[in-house]
Design a protein around this ligand. Structure first.
Ligand SMILES: Nc1ncnc2c1ncn2[C@@H]1O[C@H](COP(=O)(O)OP(=O)(O)OP(=O)(O)O)[C@@H](O)[C@H]1O
Length: 248
């Protein structure tokens, strides 16, 4: 069980997150949604211990998550990655196995096999010798998902994985989510994507500095909750996705 209790973050004295508490059971796919600047990335980074927190704790199976970083696969937003960095697809995926280096920093045969399987899973094996900067947005996302799969983590934190990708990659990502759920992994996916996709999550966390609502997608995505999180004006895409959720 992944537990977040009373998490708060300030940036230079200004509050970005307050009193965030939730838990996720193994095998659950949880969506983290909220407007731009709501603190979605901040929450994911705070959970990983990448930024300082003012209060709160994050535990996995009753132990601090910070002490079990190897159990967490983090798939950052594509915009946070330097795509000009000269590294091949194969080496990015092997980075998921860096904890498994033996004498003279050699990567074990088992790790190489896991990296190969992960690249096959996301349909990127043929492009393994490519530089990452030479890939499309969807292909880049597949490579980082392969790295996460190769890591064999228990918890997967995806930061906006659906931004700027093609429909085929989006379908593949949801297939990978299903596989990981079947393996009883814990999945938290931040997204500001609206539409039918929201109904695919087991539950949603609606965030705007604090948690506005938590629960089943149709319980969370009420007009009242959306207004509390997004302010008074609800745009057409938001209305459409509410209708999609109610009529699916
Ligand atoms: N390093 C930082 N220093 C100061 N303020 C920051 C920093 N990072 C984020 N913020 C601020 O904290 C708030 C939350 O930002 P965050 O990136 O977590 O939101 P988000 O929900 O992920 O947004 P988006 O959907 O646009 O990616 C914003 O007001 C942002 O400007």
């Amino acid at each position: 069980m992944l537990e977040v209790q009373n998490l708060a973050v300030n940036y230079r004295g200004v509050s970005a997150l307050q009193g965030v508490s939730f838990s996720i059971a193994p095998g659950q796919l949880v969506g983290l949604i909220g407007p731009n600047g709501a603190g979605k990335s901040t929450l994911v980074k705070a959970m990983l211990g990448l930024i300082p927190t003012v209060s709160g704790f994050v535990r996995f199976n009753q132990r601090p998550l910070k002490q079990q970083r190897q159990q967490v696969a983090y798939i950052p937003q594509r915009s946070q990655i330097d795509w000009d960095y000269p590294v091949t697809v194969w080496n990015v995926v092997l980075m998921g196995r860096t904890f498994d280096r033996g004498l003279f920093s050699r990567i074990s045969r088992q790790s190489q096999q896991l990296a190969e399987n992960a690249l096959q899973r996301v349909g990127m094996w043929e492009l393994r010798h490519r530089q990452i900067g030479e890939l499309s947005g969807g292909q880049q996302q597949r490579v980082f998902i392969a790295r996460a799969i190769a890591q064999q983590a228990e918890i997967f934190l995806f930061d906006e994985p659906l931004i700027g990708i093609d429909k085929k990659t989006e379908a593949l990502i949801f297939e990978v989510f299903s596989d990981l759920k079947a393996e009883r992994k814990t999945l938290l996916v931040s997204s500001h994507q609206w539409g039918q996709d929201l109904a695919k999550y087991d539950s949603l966390l609606l965030l705007n500095q604090q948690l506005v609502a938590v629960g089943l997608p149709q319980e969370v995505m009420t007009i009242e909750n959306i207004q509390r999180a997004y302010g008074q004006g609800i745009s057409n895409p938001v209305k459409q996705s509410l209708e999609t959720l109610y009529f699916c």
